[in-house]
Design a protein. Structure first.
Length: 206
């Protein structure tokens, strides 16, 4: 086990979980690369991320995701596919912070990481789906770039300033839950209008 304190370990676990809901492959690549370069001493449960094969695979997938996330429509499809990938991966990465030797803490971290991954993933998917109702691509690209920047910032903050990270995380969670709730109502209204439009078309053609 590394010399990290319990507070730091939980901050790292939370960051890995939350960020995985946004950019899973970036989380794997950045964390593994930081460990391989000696910038941080990864806990034993995360050292597999330093493997060159893992770094290469995550780097390739990050490149694909970077461009897919900038294309309206494609980004939402990518999010749907990754619903079954990001959440369990976020839980697994968070659990890896504590490793198999601390089963209780690993379980707690897995629950924390999975919940945070689910929260950020749902917020991202809902926001991008709402933005995709607009024909202009710039807001979509802007939100994607914001996500690109949020991941390394969160990971860095969790390693260097864990207390500040928890404060930022709390603010981000409140914002994400609020935005998800508001945009979910907006999307339901959009879908109702679409259904009404096609229903009226069918009635007129009958």
């Amino acid at each position: 086990m590394s010399t990290l304190t319990t507070t730091q370990l939980f901050a790292i676990a939370a960051a890995l979980g939350w960020a995985s809901g946004l950019r899973l492959y970036a989380v794997v690549l950045f964390t593994g690369a930081a460990g391989a370069m000696g910038w941080v001493d990864l806990p034993p449960g995360l050292k597999v991320l330093q493997n060159p094969l893992v770094l290469g695979a995550s780097g390739l997938m990050l490149c694909i995701e970077f461009f897919a996330d900038k294309i309206p429509g494609v980004d939402s499809l990518w999010d749907v596919i990754h619903t079954v990938i990001r959440i369990p991966a976020g839980a697994a990465l968070a659990a890896g912070v504590f490793g198999a030797d601390q089963a209780t803490w690993s379980t707690v971290a897995a629950l924390l990481g999975g919940t945070l991954a689910a929260t950020s993933h749902v917020a991202k998917a809902t926001t991008r789906a709402a933005v995709n109702t607009s024909p202009e691509p710039f807001s979509n690209i802007g939100l994607s770039l914001l996500g690109d920047a949020a991941v390394p910032a969160a990971l860095w903050l969790s390693w260097t300033h864990p207390v500040a990270f928890f404060v930022a995380l709390a603010i981000a969670l409140v914002a994400m839950v609020t935005v998800t709730w508001m945009l979910a109502k907006f999307l339901r209204a959009v879908f109702r209008r679409i259904r009404s439009f096609f229903a009226s078309r069918q009635a007129n053609s009958a």
